[in-house]
Design a protein around this ligand. Structure first.
Ligand SMILES: [Zn+2]
Length: 245
């Protein structure tokens, strides 16, 4: 049965790997979320521009109908004015006035239609650019989603393996050691570190010679760095990548 210190070294190794996996996935879910928001925003812009263009088209057809009405009305008035039905000057002037009013109205509408044509051209250009933006973001989002899915699938197998190894270690580790390890982990992700050249490899401060001697003499005792509070274990318990099965 492996000693507590040996188990702690293995646990530290596994937790480091799990933390790395978490970090690897790290920004990707957030990035996907951000791209989703960006896409939604860009789609909304397309909708708004499309609506503005629809409004312009609607306005144009209304105004064209109105222009036709005005033209008909003007023709009718012309007919009346020169058709010999006028009884007096006052009536003639009234019709002239009405025709002037109609012409002014037609001019105003035509100017407005010209302005709208410019606006429509600008909006059409804008819509094209906005649609291209949507396409670009859709593509980027799809790529990132695929990346995330691939990574999550790949990690899933590794994750399960590490979790089951972690469980096996904890079952053998003394409850006291495990509680202490977890307590330290709340402020040091690497709660247990090896001794390297007489120093703590977590904070690099030197370990007193007396403590180093005691660590050799009492392998079942827990030693912590006086400086940073991490659990210390001898370098020969340090796990290298290929050792863990
Ligand atoms: Zn330390």
């Amino acid at each position: 049965m492996p000693s507590n210190v040996e188990l702690i070294a293995r646990l530290a190794y596994i937790d480091e790997k799990l933390d790395d996996m978490h970090a690897e996935l790290g920004d990707l879910p957030k990035l996907v979320k951000k791209l989703e928001d960006k896409l939604r925003h860009r789609m909304r812009l397309v909708e708004e521009t499309q609506k503005a263009l629809n409004d312009i088209a609607h306005f144009r057809s209304m105004m064209r109908m109105r222009l036709q009405e005005l033209a008909d009305k003007e023709a009718e008035l012309n007919q009346k004015q020169f058709g010999g039905q006028i009884r007096n000057n006052r009536e003639f002037d009234a019709i002239t006035h009405e025709i002037e009013f109609i012409r002014a109205e037609r001019l105003r509408i035509e100017q407005e239609l010209a302005q709208n044509a410019i606006k429509e051209e600008n909006l059409t250009g804008l819509l094209e650019r906005q649609k291209a933006d949507v396409e670009e973001t859709t593509k980027e989002l799809r790529e990132r989603e695929e990346e995330l899915n691939a990574l999550a699938t790949e990690q899933d197998t590794e994750f399960r393996k590490l979790q089951s190894e972690r469980k096996a270690i904890i079952e053998q580790l003394s409850a006291e050691w495990y509680a202490e390890y977890e307590r330290i982990r709340s402020y040091h992700a690497d709660a247990a570190v090896h001794v390297r050249k007489g120093s703590c490899s977590g904070c690099f401060s030197a370990i007193p010679a007396q403590v180093l001697v005691e660590m050799r003499n009492y392998p079942e005792r827990m030693f912590v760095c006086e400086h940073c509070g991490r659990i210390l274990y001898p370098e020969h318990y340090r796990i290298e990548e290929e050792e863990l099965t």
